[in-house]
Design a binder for this molecule. Structure first.
Ligand code: HEC
Length: 341
């Protein structure tokens, strides 16, 4: 039965490239998601995923017959009937995805669209001082981040189900469906030759995917240009401060100095100066006795040249002393003061 004569070329090169590129890109995105140092790469990988997903959606509308949604998206009734045959161990052959596979493909595409979309919003928002910062308040930015993380947790579940479904179907249909996604050939129910990809359709789909990648890539604030200098970081704090509330009226070095020196009863050390010293052009000392480089950029030029590092320490140190994160206005006040030293 599985001799080469009964095999039909089902998956065109677009679908196969999409499938394996996507698998690789998603794996890469997961491996680069956690570390500060790789989050710029993570964003680019996510963007490439989005571009491929857009390609696939367009391909599902204008691509060859087996690639089209119309071919493999079935009514709930058909999906249920197929599921029953599947449970009985006797699923019929389908030229394209089987009806359950169709549900999986659509679910994966929808999830990836929401996942990459929310990731993109995070990048364009206040966290990265992106172009949407003035329009996104704190709670919205936070909600988008939660959504992104929730979806990122759901994706591996779908992927595991997808792989399990492919392996089980391979057994039941007595053919290697993983190999089919490489060679493009599959045992098919009848001899209907699948339509070939038409050149204009290829150009449209690939062009849209590429345009997405390049266009949105240009919008992403790079990690380096988000803040290479303390002045650039101060500007990004200003954009965040404007987004936090309408009452923002500029940074005040005196207010920053006061925050830095302010004593908090019950905390040990009791102020920022307790570690960094009252004169930030000189080195400070941690409670454990470790030397802390001067905080003022005039004394230590590497200070505030890395937005993620500055934010991380502001968060940690503000939490310790104020029991909350510093607002963008407070961070800007302190930095504005340090820049006068
Ligand atoms: C318990 C000691 C301690 C206290 C209190 C403390 N810091 Fe720090 N701070 C550190 C250490 C340790 C580092 C990281 C080591 C380094 O960068 O040299 C750091 C780093 C920083 C940085 C990173 C600057 C950069 O390189 O980008 C900022 C900003 C900062 N602190 C601000 C504050 C502010 C504001 C306060 C008061 C709310 C404060 N710190 C209180 C110990 C402290």
């Amino acid at each position: 039965m599985s001799s080469t004569e009964t095999r039909v070329r089902v998956w065109d090169i677009g679908v196969r490239l999409f499938h394996w590129s996507l698998a690789g890109l998603i794996l890469g995105a997961y491996l680069t998601a956690e570390e500060d140092a790789t989050v710029g790469l993570h964003a680019r990988l996510g963007l490439a995923v989005l571009a491929w997903v857009i390609f696939r959606v367009v391909w599902g509308l204008v691509g060859p017959a087996p690639a089209r949604f119309r071919t493999f998206v079935r009514s709930p009734r058909e999906v249920l009937a197929y599921a029953r045959d599947y449970v009985r161990g006797q699923p019929g052959l389908h030229l394209s995805h089987n009806p359950l596979g169709g549900v999986m493909v659509v679910s994966l595409l929808a999830l990836l669209l929401a996942l990459t979309g929310s990731g993109l919003l995070m990048y364009l928002g206040p966290e990265w001082s992106g172009p949407l910062s003035p329009y996104m308040g704190r709670s919205l930015a936070h909600g988008v981040e939660e959504l992104h993380e929730g979806l990122a947790g759901a994706l591996p579940v779908l992927v595991v189900l997808h792989v399990a479904g492919v392996l089980l179907s391979s057994r039941l249909e007595r053919q290697n469906l993983v190999l089919s996604m490489i060679t493009g050939r599959k045992r098919a129910p009848d001899a209907t030759p699948p339509a070939r990809a038409r050149a204009p359709a290829v150009v449209v789909a690939a062009g849209l995917g590429l345009a997405t990648f390049i266009g949105l890539g240009l919008l992403l604030p790079g990690r380096a240009d988000a803040a290479e200098t303390p002045q650039a970081l101060l500007q990004s704090y200003q954009r965040q401060a404007e987004a936090e509330g309408s009452g923002f009226a500029g940074f005040d070095p005196a207010r920053g100095k006061a925050l830095f020196l302010k004593e908090t009863s019950g905390a040990d050390p009791s102020s920022c100066a307790g570690c960094h010293g009252a004169d930030p052009t000189r080195a400070g000392r941690s409670p454990a006795g470790r030397n802390i480089e001067p905080l003022a950029p005039s004394a230590q030029p590497e200070r505030f040249t890395d937005a993620a590092k500055a934010d991380k320490w502001f968060k940690r140190n503000c939490k310790q002393l104020l029991r909350r994160d510093c607002t963008a206005t407070e961070r800007g006040d302190v930095l504005a003061w340090l820049l006068t030293l």
